[in-house]
Design a protein around this ligand. Structure first.
Ligand code: TMP
Ligand code: CA
Length: 358
């Protein structure tokens, strides 16, 4: 089964955050400044597309940006703390759709969408993530989808802003053949200069070069990487680095039912799995949810939060039974699929010790 990897990249991130906070800025050139200690100096962190149209760009000095600006241009000092809060909200949305999320910067994350139903399902998920980020936070992002990190990253740059682009396994070769080498992430002006001296401009030219020659030019690690990237090969794994905020397990019943005892058996099984997993993570939780997918494929979620942390598997199960009862009381539908979810995590390093002492 092909791996399915996505890269999410927020559009002109800091500037978008400021526009969400101050909607009157929308449509005007917005430039985010990293102030420096010296009076009236600083560098441009990022800017929106209206400012880019004036030739203002990331990394530019504030002095030059001011020269390029028009009278409607808005300059704002960067507010890193606020952007980090927004970033966390974005990432939590991604976390809720993928078990393996690797955040690579304040506004970029790789995530795994490998699933038995293939790319159609993964595309649907990406579109849901984009919609949720837009509806809940008012922000746009661009997502690239393919079979590995390098291709997902390249795909994400194809339709910016507010883009979504997939490079399917069958399209990799024909897609890469048309591209310039500079589309490969990490190929900057220095690498490009060296390659141009070798008369190499296109990926279709680079991918015919012997690996030995690339190692001579760039050293072993980088040479091998360029060789592989030019062929769309990338074995780097997604290394999850997000603290889990929730954990859930789901299961489809052998047949649809609304029998309490039957549903309870599956809940017991899932609750045992979930409890072991949170225990391994050294987390405790205050919220328990029961997720029901009924025979019409509708999702119904029931949740209960208690003021004290839940300490035992029996407590978890009791709350799940209570939620199941209330579902059966309120709904006439049959249950097709059941999920047990815990969230509202708190760290407790003393917790494991206490249980082991027990
Ligand atoms: P973006 O604006 O291109 O989406 O980049 C993500 C954020 O990273 C951006 O909003 C600010 C920060 N950044 C800098 O601080 N300096 C830079 O040179 C770049 C490219 C980005
Ligand atoms: Ca970005």
């Amino acid at each position: 089964m092909d791996k399915i990897v996505a890269l999410l990249d927020m559009d002109y991130f800091y500037a978008q955050c400021e526009i969400v906070k101050n909607p009157v800025f929308r449509g005007k050139p917005v430039v985010i400044v990293m102030p420096s200690l010296r009076e009236n100096s600083g560098a441009i962190a990022t800017c929106n597309y209206e400012a880019r149209a004036l030739k203002i760009s990331s990394g530019m000095s504030l002095g030059l940006a001011k020269k390029l600006a028009d009278e409607s241009t808005i300059f704002i000092n960067a507010d890193k703390k606020y952007y980090e809060e927004v970033s966390e909200k974005v990432l939590q949305i991604v976390d809720s759709f993928s078990e393996n999320v690797e955040q690579v910067s304040i506004d970029e994350a790789y995530f795994d969408l490998t699933n038995p139903f293939g790319f159609d399902k993964a595309k649907e998920t990406c579109i849901k993530i984009k919609q949720k980020i837009k509806n809940e936070l008012g922000l746009t992002c661009s997502i690239g989808l393919s079979v590995n990190k390098v291709l997902a990253k390249i795909a994400s740059s194809q339709k910016k802003p507010d883009g979504f682009f997939t490079i399917m396994p069958s399209e990799i070769d024909s897609f890469l053949l048309k591209q310039k080498i500079s589309i490969i992430p990490g190929v900057g002006s220095k690498t490009r200069e060296i390659l141009e001296k070798e008369k190499l401009f296109l990926i279709s030219e680079l991918n015919k070069v012997q690996i030995q020659r690339l190692i001579e030019l760039f050293g072993e690690a980088r040479g091998i990487q360029l060789y592989n990237f030019s062929k769309g090969i990338d074995n780097r794994a997604i290394v999850p680095n997000r603290e889990k905020q929730q954990l859930s397990r789901m299961m489809t019943l052998r047949k649809d039912t609304r029998d309490f005892e039957e549903a309870k058996q599956t809940i017991d099984f899932l609750a045992d799995l979930v409890f072991k997993e949170v225990f391994k993570l050294n987390k405790q939780f205050k919220t328990v949810s029961l997720i029901i997918i009924n025979q019409n494929y509708e999702t119904i979620t029931k949740a209960k939060t208690i003021p004290e942390k839940i300490l035992t598997i029996d407590q978890l199960k009791e709350i799940e039974y209570f939620l199941l009862k209330s579902f059966l009381d309120e709904s006439l539908s049959n249950i097709r699929r059941i999920g047990v979810k815990v969230s509202n995590f708190e760290d407790d390093s003393g917790f494991q010790k206490k249980l082991f002492d027990y």
